[in-house]
Design a protein around this ligand. Structure first.
Ligand code: SAM
Length: 415
């Protein structure tokens, strides 16, 4: 990941090229994602113990040990011994002694509180919260300015809590109760969705991926907020619908449902993504750029623009986003989203519906895009996406309020 890989890609790559027991895979996943999530906190602990430069491999092993001691229900003496043995074996005796002193100091001092080494920072909330919750300062500043310290803390904390994995059930073919019972009998923890009859959550993904229900396409891996985004467009007979940034086609399949008499055009700029899209009757995959769509006079009855975005709403699932994103990117995504919306609008028929969604709740990428579009002459009526989580004409999910991913939806009816 230090070489720029995404967490899931890096781990899938490692798992594909090595043999690990299933239980070890989930342990590795938890430790790696946890260390990435808590990196700033962990490195600040190490720095406050020793101000000297620490080489990368030793630092990584120290962070792995500290993470397990602080955040996992593993007996500290066991973790300490195991980590010290590894360090002595890989790096040397002196490094092992250093680690031993660090771990013992940390355990002793932590009794004073999780933030014992940060108390001198308390008057400056941004820096303090940034280390305490392990986020870059620019994200903390944004959220504190917008929500106030108390709510920002709830948001920072809930975006650090690994969520359950959202599953969508194809309820036209099987009931959610049947599927939930099936997985709970297999020993998984299952929980109903907050809003949708099609949604439920599981605590582990691997058994789901290997299950015949998944292989037969009766269930799909998809967070509830994203399911809401894909559930709004309901094609009628003879209609032609555009899924303009279809990616791997999670929402394309959902829009298509079982309607064999509508055509869904799934477009994306990346061939690699389109290749994994599940083809079925009525779905046409098109390689194309939404900024200059490859359609001449064609007008669509409805368009889904599930736009590329900063992804700050899905940090709890992809903690590396904290460190990969830079603040300037929020604005450059907003520009791109506005341009995509403007060019796709030309291909929407009069009276047609454009659903705009992003897995972000940053104002520039959400309300800002829609308002700018109206100012520049976009002629539309805002429709209520759903009867709930309705916020000034939009659907807005904030993870600390809804339990779902951060997500935004606007429904624009062309007039
Ligand atoms: C948020 S993801 C879409 C996720 C997808 N709708 C789903 O439900 O799984 C955004 C997608 O937009 C695609 N994309 C980015 N820029 C694009 C452009 N100019 N034209 C078309 N697709 C684009 C990316 O390749 C990516 O697959």
């Amino acid at each position: 990941m230090e070489n720029g890989w995404f967490l899931d890609d890096a781990l899938n790559h490692i798992f594909k090229n090595n043999t690990f027991a299933e239980t070890h895979k989930s342990l590795i996943y938890e430790i790696v994602s946890g260390v990435i999530r808590w990196r700033l906190y962990l490195s600040a602990v190490i720095k406050s113990f020793a101000r000297r430069h620490i080489k990368r491999r030793l630092r990584n092993l120290l962070e792995i040990g500290l993470y397990q001691i602080s955040f996992m229900k593993k007996p500290a003496p066991f973790v300490i011994n195991e980590t010290i043995e590894t360090i002595k074996h890989e790096i040397g005796r002196e490094a092992g002694n250093f680690a031993n002193a660090l771990f013992r100091w940390y355990i002793r001092e932590k009794e004073k509180g999780f933030d014992f080494f940060l108390t001198h920072l308390k008057p400056t909330p941004v820096k303090y919260l940034s280390i305490l919750y392990s986020y870059p300062e620019w994200i903390v500043r944004r959220w504190v300015d917008r929500f106030g310290v108390e709510d920002a803390e709830r948001l920072l904390s809930s975006s650090n809590r690994p969520s359950g994995f959202g599953i969508r059930v194809d309820i036209e073919r099987i009931t959610r109760d049947e599927v939930m019972l099936h997985f709970s009998e297999m020993g998984l923890n299952v929980k109903k969705g907050y809003f949708l009859d099609s949604a439920f959550y599981v605590d582990r993904l691997q058994p789901v991926i290997e299950d015949p229900l998944f292989k037969k396409g009766l269930i799909h891996i998809q967070d509830e907020a994203s399911q809401i985004g894909g559930s709004i467009i309901k094609p009628r007979n003879g209609e032609i619908i555009l899924d303009a940034c279809a990616g791997f086609g999670t929402k394309t399949g959902q829009i298509h449902g079982e309607s064999l008499n509508a055509t869904i055009v799934a477009m994306d700029r990346e061939i690699k993504r389109l290749r994994s899209l599940k083809k079925k009757g009525g779905i046409v995959a098109v390689l194309g750029d939404g900024l200059s769509p490859p359609f001449k006079r064609c007008k669509f009855n409805a368009i889904l623009l599930d736009a590329p975005c900063s992804s700050l709403g899905i940090i709890r699932k992809h903690p590396e986003i904290k460190w990969k994103r830079r603040e300037e990117e929020v604005l450059s995504f907003a520009n791109k989203q506005f341009n995509l919306l403007s060019s796709l609008w030309e291909h929407l028929s009069e009276g047609g519906l454009l659903v705009y969604s992003v897995c972000s709740f940053e104002p520039e990428e959400t309300v800002g895009v829609i308002e700018l579009f109206r100012e520049r002459g976009g002629s539309f009526l805002l429709e209520k996406p759903l009867p709930f989580l309705f916020n000034n004409g939009y659907f807005l999910s904030l993870p600390h309020e809804t339990g779902m991913d951060g997500f935004f939806i606007a429904c624009l009816r062309k007039i």
